[in-house]
Design a protein around this ligand. Structure first.
Ligand SMILES: CC(C)(COP(=O)(O)OP(=O)(O)OC[C@H]1O[C@@H](n2cnc3c(N)ncnc32)[C@H](O)[C@@H]1OP(=O)(O)O)[C@@H](O)C(=O)NCCC(=O)NCCS
Length: 176
């Protein structure tokens, strides 16, 4: 399937799979102080790291039909954020092995856009990919991210260490 076949539309947003042309925009966004704080443990990542993530997402869409999408407003081009799935390194039968990820450039925070995108990709994951469970993990102080999980219909599983950080785990199963 071409990248076009994976596009999703929500009330305000257009979601399309990561492409190499998005690397610079994603790099700018992922190095913003408020974004990198939780997404990259405050590290200023290299452009090459972003390129690796984009390539890995592209390979994942080709092989498995899921990966990471850029978020754009429906009627405008320009990357405002991202959302999607990766195979989690917190694999556990009870928790599931597919992890939901999301983030927005700081100027777009507070409008419910991450939750809108998360709801669309969660639906895609269950309906089109046949996922049984979707996991989300966030640093415990990331209250806004926890709210996005709740607004996506997820439920709290546990608070535990993940990559040595105090983290909150949420899950959604296909049964709800
Ligand atoms: C987490 C993030 C995606 C939220 O995006 P968003 O589109 O602003 O989310 P929403 O507008 O749906 O708001 C989420 C909720 O968090 C609340 N919130 C926002 N900032 C908050 C804060 N600092 N403390 C407490 N609650 C906060 C909002 O009030 C909202 O709740 P409400 O809908 O009940 O009013 C965004 O903050 C972000 O990109 N952060 C950096 C990347 C990141 O942390 N990604 C998640 C990694 S797991």
């Amino acid at each position: 399937m071409t990248a076009m076949g994976f596009e999703l539309i929500t009330e305000r947003l257009k979601l399309r799979p990561f492409a190499l042309d998005d690397v610079d925009a994603l790099h700018r966004q992922w190095t913003e102080p408020g974004v990198r704080r939780f997404l990259w443990d405050d590290e200023i990542i290299a452009r090459e790291t972003v390129e690796e993530v984009v390539r890995s997402s592209r390979d994942s869409f080709a092989a498995k039909g899921y990966g990471l999408w850029v978020l754009e407003y429906k009627d405008e081009s320009g990357v405002i954020g991202f959302c999607g799935f990766r195979d989690s390194d917190a694999v556990d039968e009870r928790e599931g092995s597919i992890e939901l990820l999301y983030g927005l450039s700081e100027r777009w925070w507070g409008q419910g856009l991450a939750a809108e995108a998360a709801q669309a990709v969660v639906r895609y994951g269950f309906e089109r990919c046949g996922f049984k469970r979707i996991l989300a993990i966030t640093d415990a102080p990331n209250t806004a991210s926890v709210r996005v999980m709740e607004k996506a219909g997820m439920r709290f599983v546990k608070r535990d260490l993940h990559h040595n950080l105090d983290s909150i785990f949420y899950i959604l199963t296909v049964e709800g």
